[in-house]
Design a protein around this ligand. Sequence first.
Ligand code: F6P
Length: 504
Amino acid sequence: MSEAETRVWNALENLPRPSLADLFENGGRVDGYSKALDLPGGTIRFDWSKTHLDDTAVALFDELAAACDFSGKRMALFSGEAINVTEGRAVQHTAQRGVGDEAAVDEAGVFHARMRALVEAIHGGALGEVKHLIHIGIGGSALGPALAIDALTREGAMCDVHVVSNIDGCALEAAFAKCDPQATMIAIASKTFTTIETMTNAASALAWLGENGVSDAYGRVIALTSAPEKAVEWGVDETRVLPFSESVGGRYSLWSSIGFPVALAIGWDEFASFLDGAAEMDRHFLTAEGAENMPLRAAYTDLVYTRLRGCQTRAVFAYDERLRLFPSYLQQLEMESNGKRVRTDGTPVSGPTAPITWGGVGTDAQHAVFQLLHQGTVLTPVDFIAAIQPGDALDPAHHRILLTNCFAQGAALMAGQDNADPARAYPGDRPSATILCDEINPATLGALIAFHEHRTFAAGVLMGINSFDQFGVELGKQIAKSIETGGASFDASTTALLEVAGLT
Ligand code: F6P
């Protein structure tokens, strides 16, 4: 860490710690700590006023950003430099939405045109009757499509899509039970086209088609991958391979051909709006400076809690059923990106990195986990995400109660309440941020996801880590493989477990 960074961190660690009540004492807190971004799909408001980020901390974080060359690194992201240094790769998910290095944007345009042609051929009936798609992928090849489809098809989908990730055969069998094999296509989504769960599920899905009388089972398979040659080798027809660039990271790949099931479910025009919404957030992130930059400000707030207040977790509650998969999407994005212990140069990080991201959906979570948030002994920063317009057509009371509960929780966490009986007292001064969209539609969802991608990257830059590799997932995979192939020896506990399960 440079001397300048060390100096700023020391200053940050020694800052006074005003309470939220103190921060609200001088008026203007809400104006200063909230911002509305007008985006193609409607306004998104970010309210950080109920967090402990204050002007002194912002000024120091701005200094930290300068010391880390945040602006230079941000430019390097968008201009296609190999910022994923451990893997020697550029990081080009923004190019998929049309923002970034020209060559990468052009290439993404070519791949999108190919994807669009296949989506429209299926919609137009050129591939026969396609009522269902079983989308097989895991991690970044599944979480994004699952979230977007779940959020955006509440009023019906142009194709019935089932996302299957788990190797547990129960997951695939559940999808089979809902699909007519004669009218089903299979998408194999794997950046590497080697992931054991995905390849095993793909083989079983192919067998299921054959066993159910589909004469040209391979003809029903589409591959979404950055290893097209492996897909062809596996047996996928070259015309059904939708490639994407290797420089698009797995957990950032929703915008590439990994988004094929989303486009199939919502139609190309809506998918294009989804990309446009994300692109608008890209342009905001690329041009807004300092705390005016919403993802950067969010990263400042995240560091207040992880680095300065010792918070090991961050909770995200979507007060919108359509966003119920958002917390699990964010878990991979944030924990796989920033759950690191060394800096870009290989030296140890000087403090905690990614918190454990967890969460759920409001109001359900209020009746399950909020007790700990209000009265537990750990401090947990909370993000609330909600929309002003309802997603349902029922009595407006539903949405009114949903939103009032969301806002009430933030107010209660901050205010607390005294009581002579300690069991009934609330300490208060517990932080929350609120992200309030006009509505949930493809463009705002795209912008919300892109906001979190950039927040994650910005936090990574401020901590000096590479947010784009994930070597931590490899060791477990290697050991599983050596168990499968046999001959390796393990610790006594693992050996006993393998024996009792009949796996030796
Ligand atoms: O094991 C982690 C991981 O590599 C993720 O980063 C990735 O999203 C997932 O596996 C799936 O990988 P692939 O798309 O190559 O099958």
